[in-house]
Design a binder for this molecule. Structure first.
Ligand code: NAD
Length: 462
């Protein structure tokens, strides 16, 4: 057993862990990061955000050839699919980006270990790999992320019935894909395979899609997705799924079994702490499997911190990275925090759905008085030039102070447009501030300015 000491050990090399390690190295800590995956970058870079966005882009282009190009006066033949090439492109992007993370860590002199880490008492971590290692450090950050959740009664075989990992790697277009769960994963991957020719049925337990997102915006997203050919059935509680000789069957309360070729289980994710040795340092997980932390990300064990999907809060890569940075800054400087009111959330369907801050439902429940302004992309010149006028920008501001409380966008490039709203909320801006800021013409962002003007009933272009 080889023994080594560092100032800081980070367990997990995803967006929470590798970013924490980079910041720690900047601040002068002798830092090491451990991951059981060969490639750094965690779920997000390997089997999550990055590969799904690659497939969303490719499938969007495939679907656009037949749908959109003729409208632009561009006449092509019918699009043909080379799924192997599409998957290869995705794999190459993942390889490039994960290599980039390793290069960043190497440049900053962060030591990397490949193997499975297990806490072995205060300040100690054992790494099982080809060479058994015992690492010690004054500070340890747990950033082990999350794994796909499933349901009792679902027999995941990793081929026909699988999670997002399998649905990112199908080597044929499913004939009929049943997606269980209408959250971001289900709708993004459902969109990919629907665009490539699969029949897609989404079964959702709730009476709405995209739980947590603004309700009216989610309803508009449902309508748009249905018009693209996805079947979305609400109020359906799936109770089981299994493979048969010819495909799969999905069982749900009160209905006859649904036959299909593939099943994507997208019912959420759960914190990943299996075999981590939390008991050796006296950490107890909560009822949802999360590691409890205080506002400085410290766990109940001295010198041990946790950030990202393994703690409370939305399971989003950028939230995890910001926590990694704030945690390290707290350790080194005593300062550092995350503003949970200014974390954007984006669903990369077409149209994109993006939000930051509070929803109308949350404001109503909390009894916060607000004013609302909305502006549709159909009244935006750039949206017409793009050929995509679906959706709108909705702005919620405090009724008395005018402070921005929430911004919800559905439409073209919503995921990029939301950045302006996140910055405005972070700076404590009012809707008046947003309305008075000069916005370039012709841009989609003008719709944010107009929606801000609409809060005060003085939008100009509608
Ligand atoms: P989710 O929690 O967002 O959605 C899961 C859905 O499954 C819910 O709507 C739930 O009601 C439904 N469901 C649960 N049990 C069911 C049952 N028995 N029958 C039918 N429906 C059922 O989870 P997800 O989409 O799997 O995503 C997991 C996490 O990853 C989320 O935190 C999400 O924010 C994150 N993520 C984010 C992005 C993004 O930001 N673009 C992309 C992918 C994943």
């Amino acid at each position: 057993m080889t023994e080594t000491t560092h100032d800081l050990l980070v367990i997990g090399g995803g967006p929470a862990g590798y970013v924490a390690a980079l910041r720690a190295a900047q601040l002068g800590l002798d830092t090491a990061v451990i991951d059981e995956r060969e490639r750094f970058g965690g779920t997000c870079l390997n089997v999550g955000c990055i590969p799904s966005k690659a497939l969303l882009e490719s499938s969007h282009r495939f679907a656009s050839v037949d749908l959109d190009l003729a409208e632009h006066g561009v006449i092509t033949g019918k699009a043909k699919l080379d799924l192997g090439a599409m998957q290869k492109r995705k794999d190459e992007i993942v390889s490039r980006i994960t290599k980039g993370v390793s290069a960043l860590l190497w440049k900053r002199k962060v030591k990397t270990y490949n193997g499975r880490a297990k806490l072995a008492g205060p300040g100690k971590v054992n790494v099982s790999s080809t060479d058994e290692l015992e690492l010690t450090a004054k500070h340890i950050i747990i950033a082990t992320g999350s794994e796909s959740a499933s349901l009792p009664g679902i027999e995941i075989d990793g081929k026909r019935i699988g999670t997002s990992t399998e649905a990112l790697a199908y080597d044929e277009v499913p004939k009929h894909l049943v997606v269980i769960g209408a959250g971001a994963i289900g709708l993004e991957l459902g969109s990919v395979w629907s665009r490539l020719g699969a029949k897609v049925t989404v079964l959702e337990y709730l009476d709405r899609i995209l739980p947590g997102m603004d309700l009216a915006t989610a309803k508009a997203a449902q309508k748009a997705l249905e018009s693209q050919g996805l079947t979305i059935e609400l109020g359906v509680r799936v109770t089981g799924a299994k493979t048969t000789k010819t495909g799969c069957t999905v069982k749900a309360d009160g209905r006859s079994p649904l036959r299909c070729s593939h099943v994507l289980v997208a019912v959420g994710r759960k914190p990943y702490t299996d075999g981590l040795g939390l008991d050796t340092v006296g950490i107890t997980i909560d009822e949802r499997g999360r590691i409890p932390v205080n506002d400085g990300f410290a766990t109940s064990a001295d010198g041990i911190y946790a950030v990202g999907d393994v703690i409370e809060g939305p399971m989003l890569a950028h939230k995890a990275s910001d926590e990694g940075v704030a945690c390290v800054e707290r350790i080194v400087t005593g300062y550092g925090h995350v503003n949970y009111d200014a974390i954007p959330n984006i669903v990369y369907t077409s149209p994109e759905v993006a939000s930051v801050g509070k929803t109308e439902q949350e404001l109503k429940e909390a009894g916060v008085p607000y004013r609302k302004g909305a502006f549709p992309f159909i009244a935006n010149g750039r949206a017409h030039a793009l050929g995509d006028t679906t959706g709108q920008v909705k702005i919620l501001a405090h009724k008395e102070t005018d402070r921005l409380l929430g911004v919800h966008i559905i439409g073209p490039h919503a995921g990029d447009l939301i950045a302006e709203a996140a910055v405005a909320i972070e700076f404590g801006a009012s809707s008046e501030d947003l309305a008075r800021a000069c916005h370039a013409h012709p841009t989609l962002a003008e719709s944010l300015k107009e929606a801000a003007l609409a809060v005060d009933r003085r939008a100009l272009h509608i």
